[in-house]
Design a protein around this ligand. Structure first.
Ligand code: GLY
Length: 370
């Protein structure tokens, strides 16, 4: 992890913070420690990430601030750990550390660690600082930014949580070298989402750099992450609590969540789609539905599909999932109001919109063709 000049994205609003992106930012002990207001630090990570980076992080922090009291808690890797029980265990770790109100949780890992660490930080003593250290591309471009924190309960994913913006985010692109290629591709689906929903120019850039991104090119990845975070930052700044515009970040997600839920969240089989893959399929379905409703040109849906295929992402619903069952799942989406489907669709590349009252027959036709 050689320190270089990271790219910086500023997130404004009531609690502004910055996102540092680049190879080696996890080794910048002084920059990391600058966000610790008191003495107590809890390092939270998972069983896959901790063996790779946790000791280095602790050493860097202590080199910059020898007075720190650092505790740690390591979860079993995987969505199955995003539970109220693990939340209680993290709170217990903060209690054992004697963490005071100026404590800081460092969440080192993917979305599960970030969501759980952020939620524990939101609740301990009614709110302490959290620094997000995302180690998956998906977490770098989505869950680490914007302050959504949560755990899952049997009734559904992310049903218990809080908005708690991080104090800072450090996205170390060099850690992506150890990310399984399938996870990298899943993150690229969320990157494509930002071009699709709000920036045709960024989508064109992604078309030009698809191979470099797939190959893990550091400069291309850093630029894609910075551009994605800039888009997300602008939206969450204007709508931090998802009262309106922030819903656009769910492009492809209503279809995607239906697929994820139908195939089983907690232990998807070997052939089941992961979150980013389900979002890729979901975006293609949203684009196809937009074309069917006459909102957008079919060529735009084709263009999106081509880019996702080049990024080696799936674009079809997995075999065996029943369109009627998927539609039933979509009826439960949190965006729906007054019993009507409310979906993020688009008026062509870069122009997403929330559309209410979508006819179920059209959705079903797209699901049956997908
Ligand atoms: N992941 C969508 C959002 O942060 O609003």
């Amino acid at each position: 992890m050689t320190p270089t000049s990271p790219l910086k994205v500023a997130v404004g609003g009531a609690q502004p913070y910055s996102i540092a992106i680049g190879p080696g930012v996890l080794g910048q002990g002084a920059a990391l420690a600058a966000h610790v207001r008191g003495r107590h630090v809890l390092l939270l990570s998972d069983s896959e990430v901790a063996p790779l980076y946790l000791d280095t992080l602790r050493t860097c922090l202590l080199a910059a601030r020898p007075d720190l009291e650092i505790g740690q808690y390591v979860l079993q890797a995987g969505e199955a750990s995003k539970t109220l029980q693990e939340f209680a265990n993290v709170i217990q770790a903060l209690a054992a550390l004697g963490a005071t109100r100026d404590a800081c949780v460092f969440a080192l890992g993917g979305g599960v660690v970030g969501d759980l660490g952020g939620f524990a930080a939101a609740c301990w003593m009614r709110g302490v600082d959290c620094v997000q250290l995302p180690t998956s591309l998906l977490a770098m471009v989505d869950s680490s930014v914007g302050g959504k924190t949560a755990v899952d309960i049997p009734a559904g994913k992310n049903l218990v949580g809080a908005f708690h913006p991080p104090r800072a985010v450090f996205a170390d692109t060099s850690v992506l070298a150890t990310l399984p290629p399938r996870e990298l591709r899943a993150g690229l689906a969320e990157v494509v989402k930002y071009g699709a929903l709000g920036d045709a120019g960024f989508l064109a850039w992604l078309e030009q750099h698809a191979e470099a991104l797939l190959a893990g090119d550091q400069a291309a990845l850093a630029e894609a992450i910075a551009c994605s975070c800039t888009h997300k930052a602008a939206i969450v700044e204007r709508d931090p609590l998802e009262k309106g515009e922030r819903a656009l970040l769910n492009l492809g997600h209503t279809f995607g969540h239906a697929i994820e839920t139908e195939q089983g969240y907690s232990a998807p089989g070997r052939d089941a789609l992961n979150h980013g893959e389900a979002v890729a399929v979901g975006m293609v379905l949203a684009a196809a539905l937009s074309a069917r409703l006459g909102l957008a040109d079919a060529a735009d849906a084709q263009r999106l599909q081509q880019l996702l295929l080049r990024l080696q992402l799936p674009v079809r619903i997995p075999a065996g999932l029943d369109p009627q069952a998927l539609l039933a799942r979509m009826r439960l989406d949190k965006k729906n109001v007054a019993g009507q489907l409310r979906l993020v669709l688009w008026r062509g590349v870069g122009r997403a919109e929330v559309i209410s009252g979508v006819d179920e027959a059209d959705v079903l036709a797209v699901l049956a063709a997908g």
